[in-house]
Design a protein around this ligand. Structure first.
Ligand SMILES: Cc1cc2nc3c(=O)[nH]c(=O)nc-3n(C[C@H](O)[C@H](O)[C@H](O)COP(=O)(O)OP(=O)(O)OC[C@H]3O[C@@H](n4cnc5c(N)ncnc54)[C@H](O)[C@@H]3O)c2cc1C
Ligand code: SF4
Length: 480
């Protein structure tokens, strides 16, 4: 079958079809169509099957990418799915939303040789979407049930990955989440045009059918104490993400019509899910007919600008203090946003929010910046040029990133150690926190990061929790 591979000199790189901008900007559906089987096989056959697969090193989960590409090229999709899902709890989600240009695809060997990377993410999505469609993804049946239990706080990708891994080993797993649905930012942060919500709901339903108990609308620290959960479960995982929005420090930032990004995105996602959202219906959290200014240059800012376009904003402008090459968000997303009509003001730093006498936002005053010399980290700092300009606005969205909440206080556990940014400290060898039997994973450990890293942490933590619970069980047997 070797002749099926190494086709990169004959087959050009091609992504699944992207819906035209005017069509996709009218709804919240994903923007890429599915690969046809022929296209997926052809694209997978471009892999050069490197002896040392750099793509695997670029993937935080160390996915066996060349193996599943070869199986996909040979149309052995069930085997491809088994290999792919052995290292990843949600390949169809990573295939959709990993910033592949910075991970696996960024260091693909044929990309380095100028042939254009293998479209790893799209093929990963294709394989697992096929697995769901064919009914290969079945509820987990552990080889044996164990009586020990694990409590998972947070139903985002970190918590869900850990829950699945522990259930596979037969533990009794309960997931607690403050929200009314699972998925964390997969459900309420990331918009449908990047990740349709039924893809997330399907995963949660699969875990429920596998015997995992979900307790929604349960905020640990308020509705139930961490101390009580430590008594109830043999081990605990904290996977609560980071939700304290960084604020805009300039005059007028509290004006009427200035919103936090996650409030805005959550309202939009909830509306799409059919929930009652009074703040959206009143117009406060809806960009329709408004001149919208989004402040920030990360993935959250890109999600806000593209959501505003879909809500029918009159204009959408993104202000970012560095230039395009130095923005933290994915270049692919900037291109998508530009195609959909977003205007980018690079090298623009907000100085003040201007408002009307009634306190309603009317414009953002920005300083024109230039990039100075690189600092110790190698990053060029933005500096003011002295020039300012105003952008008219009816709605301003602050997308400046997130910090951890004060968990020791929230959980009433002063012995839970955090670093100077408030992220939970763990021993990376075991993902254990300063509290015995309590582990942590995902954004609450790393600070705002990526889905694939949350999954990796969740898997590592689950492995350590398993080892700890096994040791506890043998101690109990020895004591009897
Ligand atoms: C707008 C936006 C877009 C993004 N886009 C991408 C992208 O395209 N690709 C990518 O890889 N990453 C993206 N990210 C980052 C990614 O979503 C996160 O890195 C990832 O979700 C972190 O997973 P987690 O499990 O640690 O936390 P989360 O997904 O935040 O889940 C944490 C869960 O814990 C629950 N929780 C919090 N506190 C408590 C409590 N006290 N008690 C009970 N439950 C609690 C929350 O309700 C939530 O469900 C994006 C983030 C944002 C905000
Ligand atoms: S999980 Fe993400 S980084 Fe890893 S192979 Fe898939 S798309 Fe690439």
């Amino acid at each position: 079958m070797a002749e099926r591979m190494l086709q990169f000199t004959k087959v050009s790189r091609s992504m699944p079809d992207k819906r035209p901008a005017p069509v996709r900007a009218a709804d919240f559906d994903e923007i890429y169509a599915d690969f046809s089987p022929e296209a997926a096989h052809a694209q997978a056959s471009r892999c050069s099957q490197c002896g040392v697969p750099f793509c695997q090193q670029g993937c935080p989960l160390q996915n066996n990418i060349p193996d599943w590409l070869k199986l996909a090229a040979e149309d052995r999709l069930e085997e491809a799915w088994r290999v792919s899902s052995a290292t990843n709890n949600m390949p169809e989600i990573c295939g959709r939303i990993c910033p592949q240009d910075r991970l696996c695809e960024g260091i693909c060997t044929i990309e380095q040789s100028g042939h254009g990377t293998v479209t790893i993410g799209s093929i990963e999505k294709y394989i697992t979407d096929t697995a769901w469609a064919e009914g290969w993804v079945q509820p987990i049946k552990p080889p044996r049930e164990r009586t020990q239990s694990a409590g998972i706080i947070g139903a985002g990708p970190g918590g869900l990955a850990a829950a699945e891994q522990l259930r596979r080993k037969g533990y009794q797993v309960t997931v607690y989440d403050a929200y009314d649905r699972g998925g964390g930012l997969l459900m309420y942060g990331i918009p449908g045009f990047k990740l349709e919500k039924d893809v997330v709901e399907r995963r949660i339903a699969h875990l429920e059918a596998s015997g995992i108990t979900f307790k929604f609308n349960t905020r640990v620290g308020k509705d139930v104490k961490l101390a009580a959960l430590r008594v109830e479960h043999d081990t605990l995982l904290i996977a609560t993400g980071v939700y304290a929005a960084k604020d805009l420090k300039c005059p007028g930032s509290g004006s009427d019509g200035v919103l936090a990004a996650l409030d805005y995105l959550t309202a939009s996602n909830r509306k799409g899910l059919g929930d009652e959202v009074p703040g959206f219906d009143s117009g406060d959290l809806n960009a329709e007919g408004k001149r919208v200014v989004v402040i920030g240059g990360g993935d959250t800012a890109m999600d806000c600008v593209r959501t505003a376009i879909r809500q029918g904003a009159k204009s959408v402008t993104c202000l970012y203090r560095r230039d395009r090459a130095n923005m933290p968000g994915s270049q692919r997303e900037v291109q998508n946003a530009e195609e959909e009509g977003v205007v980018f003001e690079w090298l623009a730093n907000p100085e003040a929010i201007l408002d009307t006498k009634a306190g309603k936002v009317k414009a953002v005053r920005a300083s024109r910046m230039k990039l100075g010399e690189p600092d110790a980290s190698g990053r060029q700092s933005p500096m003011k040029t002295g020039e300012t300009f105003d952008v008219k606005a009816d709605l301003v969205i602050k997308a400046l990133g997130f910090d951890p909440e004060d968990l020791p206080q929230l959980f009433d556990e002063p012995a839970l150690t955090v670093n100077r940014w408030g992220a939970v400290r763990v021993d990376y060898a075991t993902m254990q926190t300063s509290l015995p039997g309590v582990y942590a994973a995902g954004d609450i450990v790393r600070g705002a990061s990526l889905v694939v890293w949350a999954i990796k942490d969740g898997r590592d933590a689950a492995e350590a929790m398993h080892k700890a619970m096994k040791a506890m069980a043998s101690d109990r047997v020895a004591a009897e």
